[in-house]
Design a protein around this ligand. Structure first.
Ligand code: AGP
Length: 609
């Protein structure tokens, strides 16, 4: 949700600030901007509505040369996508601010500043910060002190980058709830919402903690904690490479990431298994005692990660015979939660920065949970740093807003958790069998990816459709939910996922020849029940598309299209059956001509509530 880049150097930083923005476009893409202090000591700003490419064009025509600057790509919270609402926001010709997050008390502050004579040119909360900075700087004549005073007055979650022509040798960074890293260079230093923005510039990063204010100069970085005390934070070395953020031969990141799934699963397995079992360190070296004591599990997540949690519930209850509760993070945090003794609290997140999930974790840490485990794809993220233990999914950088390889590796991590918790319910031989099954999983996904062309042809059916229903039963019900989320997210077709048995309790009323109904139907104990539900659809003229293996006995017909899937064990079937639904959404989005990797109104990392 909004990407920030900042740089202070001895070289011109314009191109670097823009290059960083391109890599942060997954965080927001409705407008972009850059402010620099030029060699004449003036504050120069360029802003454009739309994608970063437009800002690049504008910069080519109106280049700015300078060694200090900030840039921003926006995901609108206050005010429509428009040049006037694009960041950086300025107060006069002195101060420029970029911001990620939401200032909850901005209206009160704005009224006060307006009374003092400040003029507002945008509808954003950020412009309030710029004027407040100006006001505090007038009072203190000290840039750093002014920033500290401003941070103390803001309520909400925010990350800020601030520059000031009156003090042109420093870049001030403030972190409160929204992610921000300081990149360390040689005689130059940087700022970014995500280290990926600075790939190729530096590999050394300091992850700011909540309440931190960083005073970033060319040759020195000083950090103050939430109490104003100077503090030393660890330096992390990033392993990110340029490749992880580039498209290669693929047209879209989403397609690239769908096809990377076998490799992502192999790598995740490689880091989590020993010969015949889950490695004792897979969930963190100190997790063993906690997992042994666990007799209840609560899992909290958002969106696709929440669907992973729903599948995990089936696995944990079936394999480990341990009750498992699953909840959407934004609901969990506003509910009176009763914690059962010995409950493990689990969060799941691709980004590790999702505001609601992070808030739920912080709340849980104040309660009587046994411990907090996160299943996360970003090792240096806030969720990983604040949890007691972590299972790192090795999906690699996921750029497409629609989560694909992060989801399937999360599922793998959760299945391994279920196997680990099943210490007294499955014997050594069964465990070894399960582990073997998991080792074969990447090959099964390779097989499914071969269906890509067949699924591409199928996508034509959706060209003029407005709605779609996804059906599944048991473990496949959350897979249906995920299929529906993927389709609506990137093709803008209204789609709903249902447990197939629920069809007759309402959604059947929607079924007619214009309603494609997609079913995930591996042969399992619930298949016959599902078949009856599919008959209900056929009887009402619905167009059925069924993903099923040969043993299911579901055949192609006039009103039913069957895509033949490999026969796989029921436990791993949710992971395998997710993949064709990802491909279907992707190809439907291509037909619809949407911006696949940057769907409207969405952002990859949801750092606001
Ligand atoms: C996935 O396709 C979505 N973009 C979205 O639902 C996402 O899963 C959700 O915002 C949670 O994100 P997280 O996994 O980074 O916490």
């Amino acid at each position: 949700m909004c990407g920030i880049v900042g740089a202070i150097s001895q070289r011109d930083v314009g191109k670097l600030l823009l290059e960083g923005l391109k890599r942060l476009e997954y965080r927001g893409y409705d407008s972009a901007g850059i402010s620099m202090i030029n060699h004449q000591g003036q504050l120069c700003r360029l802003r454009t509505q739309g994608r970063v490419a437009k800002l690049l064009e504008s910069f080519e025509k109106n280049p700015i040369a300078g060694t200090l600057g900030i840039s921003h790509t926006r995901w609108a919270t206050h005010g429509i996508p428009h040049e006037r609402n694009a960041h950086p926001h300025q107060s006069g010709d002195d101060i420029a601010v970029v911001h990620n997050g939401i200032v909850e008390n901005f209206e009160t502050l704005r009224d006060q500043l307006f009374q003092s004579g400040y003029i507002f040119h945008s509808e954003t909360d950020t412009e309030t910060i710029a004027h407040l900075m100006h006001c505090e700087f007038q009072k203190t004549d000290d840039f750093l002190k002014a920033a500290k005073n401003v941070a103390g007055q803001l309520k909400g979650a925010f990350a800020l980058g601030i520059i000031n022509v009156k003090d042109p040798d420093r870049l001030i960074a403030v972190r409160c709830g929204s992610p921000l890293v300081v990149g360390i260079g040689i005689e130059e230093n940087f700022l970014a919402s995500d280290p990926i923005a600075l790939v190729g510039v530096t590999q050394q990063f300091i992850f700011l903690e909540d309440g931190d204010i960083a005073d970033v100069k060319r040759d020195k970085i000083t950090i103050y904690d939430k109490h104003g005390k100077e503090i030393t934070r660890d330096i992390h070395i990033s392993e990110l490479t340029y490749d992880s953020a580039s498209l290669g031969e693929y047209r879209h990141f989403m397609l690239k990431e769908i096809f990377e799934q076998p490799e992502a699963l192999r790598t995740t397995l490689g880091c989590s298994l020993n010969e015949n079992d889950v490695s004792p360190d897979a969930f963190g070296v100190e997790s063993k005692a906690c997992l042994e004591k666990t007799s209840h599990v609560t899992i909290v997540a958002c969106g696709t990660s929440h669907h992973a949690a729903m599948i995990a519930r089936y696995w944990i209850e079936e394999l480990a015979h341990i009750p498992c509760q699953v909840e959407i993070a934004s609901e969990f945090r506003y509910r009176h939660v009763i914690v059962q003794p010995n409950t493990l609290f689990v969060t799941i997140s691709q980004s590790g920065e999702t505001a609601d999930t992070l808030a739920a974790l912080r709340l849980a840490k104040e309660m009587d949970y046994l411990g907090a485990l996160t299943i996360c794809n970003v090792p240096a993220s806030s969720l990983v740093r604040e949890s007691d233990f972590a299972f790192i999914t090795r999906a690699g950088v996921e750029v497409g807003v629609a989560s694909t390889k992060a989801f399937t590796t999360q599922l793998l991590g959760l299945l391994l958790l279920a196997v680990t918790l099943a210490r007294s319910t499955i014997d050594k031989k069964q465990r070894a069998k399960l582990i073997q099954l998991l080792r074969e999983l990447p090959d099964e996904i390779d097989e499914v990816l071969k269906l890509s062309e067949r699924i591409r042809e199928l996508a034509d059916l959706f060209a003029n459709k407005q709605h779609a229903l996804f059906l599944g039963r048991g473990l496949q019900y959350p897979v249906a939910l995920e299929g529906a989320l993927k389709l609506k997210e990137i093709s803008y077709i209204h789609a709903e996922g249902y447990p197939a048995g629920e069809l007759k309790h309402g959604p059947l009323a929607l079924v007619d020849k214009n309603m494609p109904v997609i079913a995930v139907a591996p042969s399992n104990d619930l298949l016959e029940k599902l078949k009856s539900n599919l008959q209900e659809v056929r009887a009402r003229g619905g167009q059925l598309i069924v993903f099923a293996d040969t043993q299911s006995g579901i055949k192609n017909g006039d009103d039913i299209i069957t895509i033949e899937m490999p026969k796989v064990d029921n436990l791993i079937a949710p992971i395998v059956y997710t993949v064709p639904l990802q491909l279907l959404s992707y190809y439907v989005a291509l037909i619809k001509g949407t911006d696949v990797d940057h769907p409207r109104n969405l952002a990859k990392s949801v750092t606001v509530e």
